[in-house]
Design a protein around this ligand. Structure first.
Ligand SMILES: [Zn+2]
Length: 306
């Protein structure tokens, strides 16, 4: 069955590591949702196909020496272009002018917009975030940047309070710690909200990057984080109509799945596919550069738009 819509859950810094609980929090954590989908933990380098899910390992190295990084990896995910080859190296954090131009012309939000496919970024942004960008303390990472380039409305605190957005930490805990008056949200409630947002569009993306922060040792308790992510994913799936929705969880590079390094890895990253059209879309995936073309094909083929 073809997917009417795609919900992409982008988790920064999650590779497919060894199935060893001593080094991999995805194996050590209690992950009932992932285990129900895969028959085991989110680990190992082999493709998996069960009655519930398809897991395709994706190459994130793209033939460029060195450890894959976020600016080039996310640009590759969004554009389908080999961004690290284009600039000669894997680049961390923020896109360069050349990558920004590539995102503006070939980014997934741009391309879907030009094809008339409705799309949204489900994350919430604070006034403090925009102030930090305005005065140069922060720059937009690739996903936020491409959403802005494509003319998408970014969601704010009012949306978050109304349940029409999800904060990047899922639970609003970081906002509350900053004194921003927003109610706490459970990972399960965040998942239900994301599914509800997705039901109004044909493509929705949610970006979660605490996994990369944890992999760098900047957040404690990687196991707890994996368990929150699993609870969130389980709720997304329970609240989604999987007869017409494809839920796609993926990443830009490995990190959290190997605690020996404290940094990025060379591991493949998951394309975890659940719901409508998972086999058709998964069949064309080999590397992170295959994701955007596959999504465009699935959503815009035949000129069928909504
Ligand atoms: Zn990182």
């Amino acid at each position: 069955m073809r997917a009417v819509r795609i919900l992409m859950i982008f988790v920064d810094g999650v590779g497919l590591g060894e199935a060893d609980p001593a080094i991999n929090p995805f194996v050590r954590a209690r992950t009932p949702a992932l285990r129900a989908l895969l028959g085991g933990p989110l680990a190992g380098r082999d493709p998996v196909r069960t009655s519930a899910a398809t897991l395709v390992p994706l190459d994130a190295r793209l033939g460029v020496p060195g450890l894959p990084q976020s600016a080039t990896g996310q640009t590759a995910v969004l554009t389908g272009e080999n961004a690290p080859a284009l600039i000669g190296r894997h680049l961390a954090a923020y896109p360069t002018p050349r990558l920004r131009a590539l995102l503006a012309s070939r980014g997934l939000f741009t391309v879907l917009g030009s094809r008339g496919v409705s799309a949204a970024l489900a994350n919430a942004y604070t006034p403090e975030y925009f102030a930090a960008v305005a005065d140069g303390r922060l720059r937009h990472a690739a996903i936020t940047l491409n959403a802005i380039q494509a003319g998408l409305r970014l969601r704010g605190i009012d949306d978050l309070r109304a349940g029409r957005a999800v904060y990047q930490d899922l639970t609003n805990a970081r906002l509350r710690a900053q004194g921003i008056p927003v109610p706490p949200v459970s990972p399960e409630e965040a998942g239900a909200r994301l599914a509800a947002i997705a039901s109004a569009y044909r493509f929705v993306l949610f970006e979660f990057f605490q996994t990369d922060l944890a992999g760098h040792g900047r957040l404690a308790d990687g196991v707890g984080l994996v368990e929150r992510l699993d609870a969130f994913l389980g709720a997304v799936l329970r609240a989604s109509d999987l007869d017409d929705t494809l839920v796609l969880l993926t990443s830009d590079h490995g990190n959290l799945e190997d605690e020996r390094t404290g940094g990025h890895t060379l591991n493949p990253v998951p394309a975890l596919l659940v719901g409508a059209g998972r086999d058709a879309l998964g069949a064309g995936l080999r590397a992170i550069t295959d994701l955007a073309p596959a999504c465009v094909d699935a959503l815009a083929a035949g000129g069928v738009v909504a």
